[in-house]
Write a protein that binds this ligand. Structure first.
Ligand SMILES: *Cc1c(COP(=O)(O)O)cnc(C)c1O
Length: 229
């Protein structure tokens, strides 16, 4: 087995243990492998171990990688910032976008989604811990934004996504993730058909799963460390 393959196995074990601890069925949690900065060969290796959903941050890098991997049945998730001038590339290349945080971006994605493709699957990124300079809709405006996005024709609103600041310990991680879970439930109670709560990364996936995550986004634990900028 290659390193990536054995790493994947270990991540699946972590997810299974967290689900067992939280008394949740393991099939409630999808693993998104975040392959940013790693080349197409790393993605191929992960695919050969059964991984099909991949997340990318840098849109230009992603578009090149996606083109080189067209021969594989992969699902691509945009988890990086989406500026207005990048919406066309996202709409034309990705299956999901997790980082939509304002209506204008959602409208452009909907308008620019090519006719021949299925609707773009969208999560609203929420600034759940309130960092002043951080991306993400504020929790207070999220329900209204969700109701507006849900009306767009070429987009399917799937749920919420968060990237909290690193927290000191498990309890602190879980407390923040529980706030996202509460907001997610608010959307559902308002009648929105959302099913995805995208939160938890290498360092905090157990806390995220305990709090109700349905998709964890894991890079380092699968592909290894990334060069720091
Ligand atoms: C890089 C990244 C991840 C993966 O982070 P790791 O700590 O390497 O698991 C998840 N989500 C987003 C949005 C990222 O940018």
């Amino acid at each position: 087995m290659t390193t990536i393959q054995s790493n994947l196995q270990r991540v699946h074990e972590r997810i299974a243990a967290a689900c067992a601890g939280a008394q949740r069925p393991v099939n409630e949690v999808t693993l998104l492998a975040v392959s940013k900065t790693f080349g197409p060969e790393a993605v191929r290796e992960a695919f050969s171990a059964g991984q099909t959903a991949f997340g990318e941050n840098y849109i230009q890098e992603a578009v090149e990688k996606i083109a080189l991997l067209r021969d594989l049945p992969l699902q691509w998730h945009c988890v990086g910032p989406i500026q207005s001038n990048k919406t066309r590339l996202v709409a034309a290349n990705f299956d999901w976008a997790h980082t939509v945080d304002r209506l204008k971006i959602a409208q452009r994605l909907s308008e620019q989604r090519p006719e021949g493709m299925a609707p773009l699957q969208v999560c609203i990124q929420v600034n759940i811990d309130g960092g002043a300079t951080k991306a993400g809709a504020s929790p207070g405006e999220t329900l209204t934004l969700a109701q507006q996005i849900a009306e767009l024709p070429r987009i399917t609103l799937r749920g919420l996504m968060t990237i909290p600041e690193p927290a000191a310990d498990f309890a602190a991680q879980k407390a923040v993730h529980l706030r996202a879970k509460a907001l997610f439930e608010e959307l559902r109670e308002a009648g929105l058909a959302v099913d995805t709560l995208s939160m938890g990364m290498t360092a905090d996936l157990e806390a995220a799963i305990e709090a109700g995550a349905t998709m964890v986004r894991v890079g380092t634990a699968i592909f290894g460390g990334r060069p720091t900028a």
